[in-house]
Each structure stands twice: as C-alpha cells, then as structure tokens.
Design a protein around this ligand. Structure first.
Ligand SMILES: *[C@@H]1O[C@H](CO)[C@@H](O)[C@H](O)[C@H]1NC(C)=O
Ligand SMILES: *[C@@H]1O[C@H](CO)[C@@H](O)[C@H](O)[C@H]1NC(C)=O
Ligand SMILES: *[C@@H]1O[C@H](CO)[C@@H](O)[C@H](O)[C@H]1NC(C)=O
Length: 414
C-alpha cells in the first residue's frame, strides 16, 4: 500500500532530524543470556499522504542468535488529534499511523521477548523514543483559519476556511486530499470561490471514504512566497448534516394531535436518523410554552402523537434531524423544517378574558353601532315616506273640496 517512491525531497532531511531519547539506564534487561534491546534503525517516513506516516525498524542485533523465541514490538505514539497515547504490539517490522504534521511526531518503542528459557513469560526491554519536529514551511500568519467540513445529506462535502490573519497579497489557496484507497493525493475538484478568492472546496460523494481517515491539507502560493500548510484529518461520516425535513403535517382527532413528516431527502439511510421536535403552545392566558423532544427510535418512525393541552389555543411544531449514535460519533443538526400549526381554538377553552375575547368584544361593539345606524336610517326613510303620503292626501282632499265647495267658503279651507 505504501509507496516509498513518493517520498518528497524535503523528507531526506526528515529521518536525519529524528531525535533519540533513550531513557538513561545503567542495567540492561537480560533474558536467556541476551540483552533485550529496543528495535534498531527506527525510521519514520512520509509517503506524502498528508500525515499518514510509516514507521520501520529492524530486530536488535543482540537477539539475532536466539532461537525458539517470539519477538514482538510495542509501539506507542502520541495521537495529536485525540490528544492521547495509542499503543500497538506487533511481530511485524513496520506500522503506519496518522500524525498531525503541524505538531511534533513522537514514537516510543520497546522489544518483548518470550522463549522457553524465559519460562514462557514475556520479558519487556527498555523503551526508546523518537521525536520528529516538522519544520513549518511558509510565511508566518498565512495559515488558513476556521476550517470546517459539512457532509450535506451524504451527497457532497463542503470544507470552508478563512484566510490567515496576515495573508500575503494575491495569494492562491490549494486543497489536497487523500484516503486509504487512493494511491496519491488529489487536488480539490471544485473550489468554492467568494469575491474571487478560494474559500472552500466541494468534494463529491464518490471521492470520499467513510470510517477511515480522510486527510486534507490547505497550502498556497503568493508572489511573496508560499503560504503555511494546514493539515486536517477527519472521518467524514461524523460531519453529516441532513437536508431539511419536509412535508410536516398535523391532524387532530378528539384532542389528540398527530404529527407526521417525511425523512429528509439525500442519502442518509432512514435508520441512521434521529429527530428533534420543537413545539410552541399558545395558552389561553396568552402565555407561550416551548418544548423540545428528541426521538431516537432508529429514525424509522416519522410521526409523533401527543394530547392537546386543555388550556391551549394553538400549537406550532418544527422538526429537524441528525445522524444518530448508531451510525456515527457525531454530526450536525439539519436546519429546522417549516413551522406547522394546529387550527386556532376559539373561546371553546377560554374561561378567562384575554386579548382575543377583547378583540371579539370590540368587533361586536362596532357591529352593534353599524346596526343601530342602519336601523335609524331605515326609520328615517319610513317617516319621510309617511309625511309625503300625508301631503299627497291633503292635496287630493283640497282639490276635492275646491271642486265641491262654493268659492265663498274657500277661505276657511285655505
Ligand atoms: C551471532 O552469531 C554469529 C555467528 O555465529 C556471531 O558472529 C555473532 O557475534 C553473534 N551475535 C551475537 C549478538 O551474539
Ligand atoms: C517457571 O514456572 C514454573 C511453573 O509455572 C515455576 O515453578 C518456576 O519456578 C518458574 N521458573 C522461573 C525461573 O521463573
Ligand atoms: C500543496 O500540497 C500538495 C500536496 O502535498 C503539493 O503537491 C503541492 O505542491 C503543494 N503546493 C504548494 C503551493 O505548496
């Protein structure tokens, strides 16, 4: 798997820079008349896989002539990503592990011997330490900051960054990536460009490998010189952000609220999801109650039932999702779905005066006034009609009188 042909030029100095820190000891550990020395010729080489280094050693000369023995080696190294020592025991003469090339690389080794003459118990030799402090290349202050990767719906991953605090003018960034199934590093297939500057990289699903180290580096060049390289190693399955949960529906039957939704689109398997509901209930007294509930029933049940609270007027829901603990050690919550609310509940549950019934009162009041005005207007119309009728009768009567009465009497009837 490891290809030594790709050791970069600067690495020729790499192995020379290794510091040996043998613990000072006066007495050697002996077994079967031989000294149990630490492994010899320990070398750390960089095949150019962005921190996936390979460690080689040979059997100590002191054990060369022993027969009928099992020789094992214990290798301890400081995992700078997890900030703890890791330990392996192997009969092989090589081991590969992930290191952060921005930090010192520390490896401790010892030999373990088990023979008939050691009464079949394993004798541990003394430990030796190798430290390599990588020389930081590139201009100080030019290293990128705030590097974040989000694997959207397991469809593509976006890694973004901010330029360093002191970016040289006209600098150009490059992202390279590598995983176990690649023979060599590859450059970012699609840069994310903001105001004509590279600020991220989009990597399609086909180029990613889950449950394995996914290494990246962001370096750069500028007319003033190269930028300081930043190294990252992640496991992509821990960076998933599902899409927004869609089609949230609420139905209500006899005071039971039933909430349904569809799993988010994308390639996250349904059994890998968990959901969180947020409800906000408007109570009859005008107060709002907020609640959150996480549902980890392997993501297959996309519904939730709850009783409507007796004093509630209206309840609104939002749903979001995340990859659950059965499928990854971490992940990001999706954005919240659209808010869906129950039908507004009228005075059915309202026993106390509140804003809404006050509004109702005002509406009723206005309606009353309008009704009053209307009736007054109608009444007035009727009165006018009556008086005009009276006038008509009088004119008719006067005519009749004028026709039948002698003109001498007419002044009386004027
Ligand atoms: C192993 O054996 C060879 C030849 O028999 C001898 O030259 C050599 O010194 C021995 N090595 C040790 C460590 O005893
Ligand atoms: C070897 O082991 C046997 C039994 O397991 C024990 O009796 C004996 O004393 C041991 N010898 C040494 C040298 O440790
Ligand atoms: C950036 O890193 C890659 C991978 O190690 C390397 O091939 C490339 O030459 C580097 N570019 C610069 C400008 O340092």
């Amino acid at each position: 798997m490891l290809l030594p042909k790709m050791v970069p030029v600067w690495l020729s100095a790499f192995t020379l820079l290794l510091l040996t820190r043998d613990p000072v000891s006066t007495s050697e550990i002996m077994a079967c008349g031989a000294s149990v020395d630490p492994p010899a010729n320990i070398e750390i080489t960089d095949p150019g896989f962005l921190g996936y280094l390979s460690i080689h050693w040979t059997q100590p000369a002191s054990l060369q002539n022993l027969t009928g023995c099992t020789v094992r080696y214990q290798l301890r190294y400081y995992d700078t990503y997890d900030e703890r020592w890791r330990s392996v025991r192997t009969v092989k003469l090589t081991y590969a592990a992930q290191f952060d090339l921005e930090k010192p690389v520390t490896v401790k080794m010892l030999t373990m011997l088990k023979c008939a003459c050691t009464n079949e118990t394993e004798v541990q030799g003394k430990e030796t330490e190798r430290v390599y402090i990588p020389e930081p290349a590139g201009m100080a202050g030019s290293r990128i900051r705030d590097f974040h990767c989000v694997y959207y719906g397991k469809e593509y991953m976006e890694c973004t960054w901010e330029p360093g605090p002191v970016p040289p003018p006209n600098s150009q960034h490059y992202l390279y990536y590598w995983h176990m199934e690649m023979e060599e590093t590859k450059e970012c297939p699609e840069y994310i460009i903001l105001s004509e500057v590279r600020r991220g990289c989009r990597i399609p699903r086909e180029s990613l490998l889950e449950f394995s180290k996914f290494n990246m580096c962001v370096n750069g060049s500028s007319p003033a010189g190269s930028l300081r390289t930043a190294y990252f190693s992640i496991e992509v399955q821990n960076h998933v952000k599902p899409a927004v949960v869609s089609s949230v529906q609420i139905s209500e039957i006899d005071g039971l609220l039933k909430l349904d939704w569809s799993p988010p689109s994308g390639l996250v398997p349904e059994q890998c999801l968990e959901y969180e509901l947020e409800s906000s209930t408007l109570m009859a007294n005008g107060k709002e109650q907020k609640q959150r509930k996480t549902l980890v029933n392997l993501g297959l049940d996309t519904s939730y039932d709850l009783l409507r609270e007796a004093e509630s007027k209206k309840t609104c829901f939002q749903v979001r999702s995340k990859v659950n603990m059965y499928c990854a050690d971490g992940g990001f919550w999706s954005d919240w779905s659209q808010t869906k609310c129950t039908e507004e509940n009228g005075t059915q549950y309202g026993t106390t005066w509140n804003h809404l019934s006050l509004v109702g009162l005002v509406v009723i009041g206005i309606a009353g006034v309008i009704l009053l005005c209307l009736s007054l207007w109608i009444l007035k119309k009727i009165c006018i009609k009556k008086t005009s009728k009276k006038d008509a009768i009088y004119t008719l009567y006067k005519q009749k009188v004028n026709e039948t009465m002698p003109t001498i009497l007419s002044p009386i009837f004027k």
